[in-house]
Ligand binder design. Structure first.
Ligand code: AMP
Ligand code: ZN
Length: 114
């Protein structure tokens, strides 16, 4: 989508600090980190939110989680533990309308979320 912040980040039109990249996915460090490790994983293709994903996206959604798992290991938080989060819609706290998964770790995270 032409007017989407994360589409522009994935295309390299807006700078970001890359954590992982392949043909289908892009991951970058959050601009306002909420934990020592805070990375966002996105599909390069625009999907507005999890509500807009379909059965056809099954493999892509799986790859987002498994890439989060690999990044957690690379960034040294796999053993200590981490959280992979998708915020969906207004009540879910989604502010950027391009599907993304947060990878958070490097400190103890509280539960339940606010
Ligand atoms: P959410 O609230 O789940 O939609 O998450 C959006 C996330 O995007 C927030 O954690 C923001 O800090 C992050 N964010 C917004 N703009 C940028 C940017 N230009 N580069 C990196 N992260 C960003
Ligand atoms: Zn987008």
């Amino acid at each position: 989508m032409s007017d989407c912040l994360f589409c522009k980040i994935a295309a390299g039109e807006i700078p970001s600090k890359e954590a992982y990249a392949d043909d289908e996915l892009y991951a970058f460090h959050d601009i306002s980190p909420q934990a020592p490790v805070h990375v966002l994983l996105i599909p390069r293709r625009h999907i507005g939110s999890l509500n807009e994903a379909s059965e056809d996206d099954q493999a892509l959604l799986g790859r987002l989680l498994l890439t989060g798992q690999k990044l957690a290991a690379e960034l040294g938080i796999a053993e200590g533990g981490y959280r992979l989060v998708n915020n969906c819609g207004a009540d879910g706290g989604q502010t950027v309308h391009h599907l993304h998964v947060h990878l958070l770790g490097g400190r103890g995270l509280t539960w339940p979320p606010g």
